[in-house]
Write a protein that binds this ligand. Structure first.
Ligand code: NAP
Length: 326
């Protein structure tokens, strides 16, 4: 079978498509014939050796997938050969076949195709958990989303609207902000030419926003935190800009703001029942067409390294789907 392989950490351009032996499942594992997977920012970090998880070399990146079960391990009961499944494999999804832990897979929801299933899990689950469990966003509150046209960002825009918030989307280009408007954003800020804190002040009549969703870090975090209202909540989701900001803690004391870390993957292990509840909620919203995940590109395994590069260069909107058999 063909797999996109990382044979040494450091550079996306060194990824190559190679013919490798089909994987065999351990007792609690499943081999999935991958029909679609999708690109997430952590895939690029993993290849560069900058992610908290470092799989042994060589490995295929690709954290989430959808496909058909080819083989199951001896202990696997809830999934059988031939089942259509979706789920998280951590890595290995950018290949024709993937070895996945059985407990990270679930049946493909009715009415969902492989591409959509592979494209919504990680980003929408992260954003729902962040806004619901971490920020406890309430209807009528104002939500500011940074990197709002990216994978987790655009999911936060859509989910924020469903939860009844007024959503302000911030991103680096007018084209990206048009996609945010399409996803339901009430107001937009182009932070490559507008002053973020000042624009938030203008848009909220000096009050500030109730919740900030920050997957970007770098130069935007501090002005966004300063733009929060009394008892505002600031969600630390990621650092796509590369720099981890060092924030003066007096900003938390002033206005009794809360700075809240979000680590969705860890939360799913602490609260598997809560995670399942959230997945069911998202599937319901998607089948009711209340959520419409944006798939902006479809690429083959050979085209995947270039798509990963585009992601690190801020040139991707929504999700890129990988089709290993293309
Ligand atoms: N905490 C969690 O549980 C969790 C879960 C999933 C992902 N994450 C993290 O969330 C972050 C975003 O992931 P994603 O999959 O949504 O990525 P993405 O689709 O690439 O979106 C990231 C956004 O960050 C902005 N950005 C600003 N500076 C950037 C730079 N130097 N390089 C790349 N992007 C830059 C870009 O928007 P503009 O161009 O508009 O600024 C881009 O759209 C990552 O750090 C990821 O590790 C965290």
């Amino acid at each position: 079978m063909k797999a996109l392989l990382c044979t040494e950490l450091g550079s996306i351009e060194k990824l190559t498509v190679q013919e490798v032996p089909s994987p065999r499942p351990g007792a609690d594992q499943v081999v999935v014939d991958v029909k679609a997977s999708s690109i997430n920012f952590p895939d690029a970090l993993m290849v560069k050796g900058m992610y908290q998880v470092k799989p042994p070399l060589p490995f295929s990146p690709g954290a989430e997938l959808a496909g058909v079960v080819k083989e199951v391990g001896a202990n696997v009961r809830h999934i059988a050969v031939g089942d259509r499944v979706v789920g998280f494999c951590g890595h290995g999804g950018f290949a024709e076949e993937c070895l996945a832990p059985a407990d990270r897979l679930m049946p493909l929801p009715a009415g969902m195709d492989f591409e959509l299933a592979a494209a919504f899990g990680l980003t929408y689950c992260t954003s729902l958990h962040a806004l619901q469990e971490c920020a406890q966003l309430k209807s009528g509150e104002t939500l500011l989303v940074l990197g709002a046209a990216g994978g987790v960002g655009i999911a936060a825009v859509e989910i924020g609207k469903i939860m009844g918030a007024r959503v302000i989307a911030a991103a680096s280009s007018d084209e990206k902000l048009a996609a945010c408007r399409q996803a339901g954003a009430d107001d937009v800020i182009n932070y490559s030419r507008e002053e973020l804190r000042q624009r938030v002040k203008e848009l909220t009549g000096d009050k500030g926003v109730d919740v900030v969703y920050d997957p970007v870090g770098g130069p935007y975090s501090e002005p966004a935190l300063r733009a929060t209202a009394w008892r505002g909540r600031f969600l630390v989701v990621g650092f796509a800009a590369g720099d981890i900001p060092k924030i003066p803690l007096n900003l938390a004391l002033l206005r009794e703001r809360a700075i809240i870390g979000v680590y969705w993957g860890d939360w799913t292990r602490h609260d598997p029942a809560g995670h399942l509840r959230n997945v069911k909620q998202l599937v319901k919203w998607i089948t009711e067409k209340k959520l419409r995940p944006l798939i902006s590109e479809r690429v083959s395994l050979r085209e995947t390294p270039a798509a990963l590069e585009r992601m690190t260069q801020r040139r991707v909107k929504g999700k890129v789907v990988v089709l290993p058999e293309a």
